[in-house]
Design a protein around this ligand. Structure first.
Ligand code: SF4
Length: 372
């Protein structure tokens, strides 16, 4: 049985971005406007749709995928305009990896990411200083793709690397070959799940709370910690609970539970497997027809998988709505507005990382991409 369609909040007019009255047009009308503006722009524009993006937007995407893959695909085109239907850090990453002639646009500037917002550069710099004062030596910083360009640049400046949810273990292994410990930003859960995967016991992973002095730790704890986990999380994936795994197994014996590694440690431990968005898609695609799945990730991807794989039984692990509300802010109206402006020669909502941050953030990304 496919999951029920999701009730989602209406677009709030004008919250946090410059919206004109044409954004309130009906979706049918917006779709005509998008198609028209896209046809006018032709190969001058490439539209990127993240896996968690809503269907009425993603249907116009030239590429659909995770944020890194989308950035690379856009940079590989000759398009002048990259319109990112995702969230702010993704558009920044596209700007870091773009070619010199390309311009990146985020259709709604209010489309942020709760996790990326939890690591602010000033806090991270304070943490770095406090770790040095506490005598925590040999620290290699790693930041998850889901972080601001400023954090990626910080990591690049300090000899670290970016990671994705599919290569986090590889990047952490690389870091341990270079230093004694890792500062993992900004997702506590991905960091812990990855450390555990590499065989680290939980008591060697300390959570750094930026609101407390020295992250809330004494020197002895920091000296013992092999991984220092930034206290950040994804508000969507943190919703999944271990009890939901038990409940779905009771309801459907034999069901396979697959979750994103941004989920809590207890949820990942109870599941049959964990995987990135691409990993989840691959697992479902390659499974035998008739397999039942409970999937712990954003609902738009779960619903799309259910629609595209009628041969499987696919439900959300969370029976309630589990939507990325910030990603959802990119509406057909915003997309139509951005494209029409581009077609008229006006660049709106440009995302531009300053040159210095761009250079270091690119180094942190290239370090990851160069790993065997
Ligand atoms: S799903 Fe979570 S990590 Fe991804 S964009 Fe939304 S809030 Fe950020």
């Amino acid at each position: 049985m496919a999951p029920e369609s999701v009730a989602v909040p209406e677009l709030e007019k004008g919250v946090g971005c410059d919206i004109d009255s044409s954004l309130l047009a009906s979706d049918g009308f917006s779709e005509e406007r998008i198609a028209r503006a896209k046809a006018l722009l032709g190969s001058r524009v490439v539209i990127l749709g993240h896996h968690y993006q809503r269907d009425e937007v993603v249907k116009f995407a030239d590429f659909r995928g995770d944020s890194l893959k989308l950035c690379q695909q856009a940079a590989g085109t000759r398009a002048e305009y990259i319109v990112f239907c995702g969230v702010h850090f993704m558009a920044e990453s596209a700007d870091v990896l773009r070619q010199a002639h390309q311009v990146v646009v985020l259709p709604d500037l209010a489309a942020g990411c709760s996790m990326a917002d939890m690591a602010e550069i000033g806090q991270v710099e304070t943490c770095w200083e406090e770790l040095r004062f506490a005598g925590a030596s040999g620290v290699i910083p790693i930041t998850y793709m889901n972080s601001s360009a400023a954090i990626k640049a910080f990591v690049g400046r300090h000899g670290g690397s970016v990671c994705t949810s599919s290569n986090a273990a590889r990047v952490m292994r690389w870091a341990f070959a270079r230093g004694e410990r890792v500062l993992f930003l900004p997702d506590e859960h991905l960091g812990r799940n990855t450390g555990w995967q590499l065989g680290l016991p939980l008591d060697q992973m300390a959570v750094w709370d930026p609101s407390r002095e020295c992250g809330g730790h004494d020197e002895a704890t920091l000296a013992r910690a092999k991984v220092i986990l930034w206290k950040g999380y994804c508000s969507v994936h943190q919703r999944f609970q271990p009890e939901q795994v038990d409940a779905v197994r009771r309801r459907t014996p034999g069901i396979r539970v697959i979750v994103h590694p941004e989920c809590r440690f207890e949820v990942v431990r109870k599941s049959d497997q964990a995987g990135s968005t691409d990993g989840i898609i691959r697992a479902v695609r390659e499974a035998k027809p008739g397999t039942a799945w409970a999937i712990g990730t954003e609902i738009h991807l779960v619903n799309r998988l259910a629609h595209e794989h009628p041969e499987q039984t696919i439900v959300s692990l969370d029976p309630h709505v589990c939507v990325c509300t910030t990603m959802f802010r990119i509406s057909p109206q915003h997309l139509a507005w951005a494209l029409e402006n581009l077609a008229e020669g006006h660049v709106v909502n440009r995302i531009q990382v300053d040159d210095e941050a761009r250079r270091w953030a690119r180094l942190a990304l290239e370090t990851m991409l160069a790993l065997p």
